[in-house]
Ligand binder design. Sequence first.
Ligand code: NAI
Ligand code: MG
Length: 369
Amino acid sequence: MPTPSLLILPGDGIGPEVMTEVRKVIDWFGAKRGLSFEVFEDLVGGAAYDAHGTPLTDETMAKAQGVDAVLLGAVGGPAYDTLDFAVKPERGLLRLRKEMDLFANLRPAQCFDALADFSSLKRDVVAGLDIMIVRELTSGIYFGEPRGIIDDNEGGRVGVNTQRYTTDEIRRVARAAFELAKKRGNRVCSMEKANVMESGILWREEVQWVHDNEYPEVELSHMYADAGAMQLVRAPKQFDVIVTDNLFGDLLSDAAAMLTGSLGMLPSASLGAPMENGRPKALYEPVHGSAPDIAGQGKANPSACILSFAMALRYSFDRGDEATRLERAVETVLAQGVRTADLMQAEGGSPASTSDMGDAVIAALEASL
Ligand code: NAI
Ligand code: MG
């Protein structure tokens, strides 16, 4: 087996700060677990614009296509707000997602016990929560044609968007969800509105087809997305993997994120088609942005980015055992009371810095041996 490869794109704002802590974690797995990666590092977003006049060079794009996984920090910031649309930092990230054809967006909602009181829901509803929302990312109503604002020829205007899904688009995201379920709790709940939308009827039929023909061993259920939203806040622990379309997934994943408390804790992944080596194309990144309000001050919580690397271990490198070790280390650190400022109640002791938190994770990893 060739050494697995990783492209690191720290980006802007707190991106480089949190990535420094992830580098410590990557080095630890190399030194102590024999898990070595060929690591490349490059620029993206405003940092790439400053150096090259573009938020993502062709060279970086080619490198992203060639590695087993890309790990990104964050892009953007006030210094770039006045740039032309075509060279804005976000365009770098969008180009990566588009050219790698990352159609499955994975957003876990995992509630660490030590943070259960940060949730907007009661502790017993969320403590121990561990669900995964798989959102279709490259089709559906955000892309369907026709779209636009048109005259209705009677002096009024009409805003038009089109929800459109093909059989192939539904099947490939369904496969991604079933594959994930096999590495987790072996259950998938598919959400749409088959009661009022034809695209929802096709969605339900095709997800069922993939299940019956390719993943009969995984438990599949279907739910209308509005009922699913209710269940998500009423009893979220009933779910394992939820698969849904682009629009419903946008809403449901943001709602699920808040079940767990802080933006500084939330990882994500975007997966594409399998490559020749069988691994899916993959981009891992924290959900949060570049946090210009705290950038450069050593205040950022590196957990979201560290947990994104844990997702890479599990979903790109088939090392669920080591991913769990890393997640437990983060959990241990929280239980010890080590907290960055975003994880502290109004009146608390003095917060841990970004590097304090990273060092504590390394110490917890050491203790796990
Ligand atoms: P943001 O996620 O950067 O920050 C929102 C709030 O959460 C801020 O108060 C920030 O300090 C806090 N926060 C975020 N991550 C944190 C962490 N790891 N530790 C502690 N506190 C944290 O979102 P905002 O302010 O809307 O956007 C700032 C910039 O980031 C903008 O330029 C935006 O376009 C960009 N952005 C980039 C994203 C990406 O790279 N994927 C995603 C979201 C926004
Ligand atoms: Mg959203």
